[in-house]
Design a protein around this ligand. Structure first.
Ligand code: PLP
Length: 396
């Protein structure tokens, strides 16, 4: 089969470059090479024991059949509890959908609402899947570039200038992957002012990293800061990052009933319900103890500080201090002349060079950025120290 056998929709999208780098690192390891992978976006901690036990109990209890498409009543209620307790969003369970990972919730929301000719505003550097899903839906990606010295956040004027009659969605991700960008309440309210003037624009607030915030004060989210916009805000969350449950494939989203029902309609024909065992585990995650999160966050904070200090001590590399999530966006612009200079994908050559020196990271261009790379600091301190030593050795 050749590419001509592919649908036009599939031909518009590329495979995930984060997954591609992780696969490459695994293949080199299988050949016996010593590779440290800082390319993958998942916590290295073990899934909490009470969550694993709930999955075993569900199996033993024969909880192995179809559930309602949008998730079991028990999990939708537990997720509603999570939205209220952890994000301040008060929703009935009917306005919550459970999908196979946050990724599927985002996929279904966009596929259910976008038509060819629609435009979607995405602040860059962005999470790799956003633009690909938008293109798959036949809509147009509108890049809202952000800068390290602006905290990798868009502002109200930038948003206003970008909105046209074609604009259908704004995708916000706070704390953000790959930058750690985190929007304070007053900046969300300023964005809300703009959005009020454009009633056709829907907003995705991807808060999947909300439990991993390092700043003071509560997490701020658009549905809470601008409650009058709640009928067009979809908030995405889950257990993948917060509870180290990436393999369970459970994500949740809360939003207006029409949108949740539209997503469920699509889900009823794509995957049907998410795995029943994983749903039982997610109930335990949302209803069970949350105190371990504090300890995890402090571990991540220490790793973040270690990475930021080490990167900024390497000539030619720099990174701001990320406010959330577990990634550092590293600027390598001063080194780019050695790796293909002006080409927007020159950072790929830099990443291949780092791979030769035993560290897998993902090029900034994979995230709509350039001249740098993303490090995931979801690895233990000794591994991070060795990886950073290798990076320093590779670029001197
Ligand atoms: N949103 C962001 C910003 C992410 O980084 C990820 C995972 O990498 C997801 C959503 C989806 O997470 P999952 O589908 O594993 O729940």
């Amino acid at each position: 089969m050749t590419d001509s056998a592919l649908s036009r929709a599939l031909a518009r999208i590329a495979p995930s470059r984060t997954t591609a780098m992780t696969d490459r690192a695994m293949a080199l390891r299988a050949e016996g090479r010593d590779i440290i992978s800082l390319s993958v976006g998942e916590p290295d901690f073990a899934t909490p024991a009470h969550v694993v036990q709930a999955a075993k109990d569900a199996l033993d209890a024969g909880d192995t059949k179809y559930t309602a498409v949008a998730g079991s009543a028990r999990l939708r209620a537990a997720a509603a509890l999570h939205f209220e307790r952890d994000l301040g969003i008060v929703v009935p369970p009917a306005q919550v959908i459970v999908s196979a990972g946050g990724k599927q919730a985002i996929f279904h929301a966009l596929l259910a609402t976008l038509d060819p000719g629609d435009a979607v505003l995405i602040p860059s550097p962005w999470w790799v899947s956003y633009p690909e899903i938008v293109r798959f839906a036949g809509a147009k990606v509108v890049d809202l570039p952000t800068r390290a010295d602006g905290g990798f956040r868009i502002n109200a004027a930038q948003l206003e200038a970008a909105i046209t009659p074609a604009t259908r969605w704004l995708l916000l991700n706070s704390p953000g992957n790959p930058t750690g960008a985190t929007y304070p309440a007053e900046e969300l309210r300023a964005l809300g002012e703009v959005l009020r003037r454009h009633p056709r624009v829907l907003v995705m607030s991807d808060d999947i990293y909300a439990p991993l915030r390092y700043g003071a004060g509560a997490h701020a989210t658009l549905a809470v800061e601008c409650p009058d916009l709640a009928d067009r805000v979809l908030t995405v969350s889950g257990v993948s990052k917060s509870h180290a449950m990436t393999g369970f494939r459970i994500g949740v989203a809360a939003g207006p009933l029409w949108l949740i029902n539209a997503m469920a309609r699509l889900q009823s024909h794509s995957s049907g319900n998410p795995a029943s065992i994983s749903q039982a585990a997610a109930v335990a995650a949302f209803e069970g103890p949350q105190d371990f999160l504090l300890a995890w966050r402090e571990r991540f904070r220490a790793r973040r500080d270690l990475c930021v200090a080490a990167i900024n001590a390497i000539p030619g590399l720099s990174t701001p201090v990320p406010d959330g999530a577990f990634y550092c966006m590293v600027d390598a612009a001063p080194l780019m002349a050695r790796f293909g200079g002006e080409s927007p994908n020159a950072d790929e050559a830099l990443c291949l060079h780092l791979l030769e020196h035993g560290v897998a990271v993902v090029a900034a261009s994979a995230f709509g950025g350039r001249d740098g790379f993303r490090i995931s600091f979801a690895a233990d301190e000794a591994t991070l120290e060795e990886a950073l030593r290798r990076i320093a050795g590779a670029v001197v």
